[in-house]
Unconditional design. Sequence first.
Length: 82
Amino acid sequence: MTVRSHRADNVVDEVGVWLTGEFGARLPVTEIDRVIHVTRIDLESCIAPEELGEMLHRLGRARLQRLLQLAPPAKVRIPQTR
């Protein structure tokens, strides 16, 4: 493993922690991981390596927000009092 790929992996892990903290209550962790993985692949050959962390966070966050907007609203059931 090269130093560059090791640093990129650390950045991806860090972004994963941030986005899971923000979206984990509303989206499955597997979906968050999938979005981060696909976003990393999309960005990796398009931007400077030192920009990967910021761009991954921004684009991943935007994609997760879009998923939430497309998802049907959660049904909240409030139990009736007796």
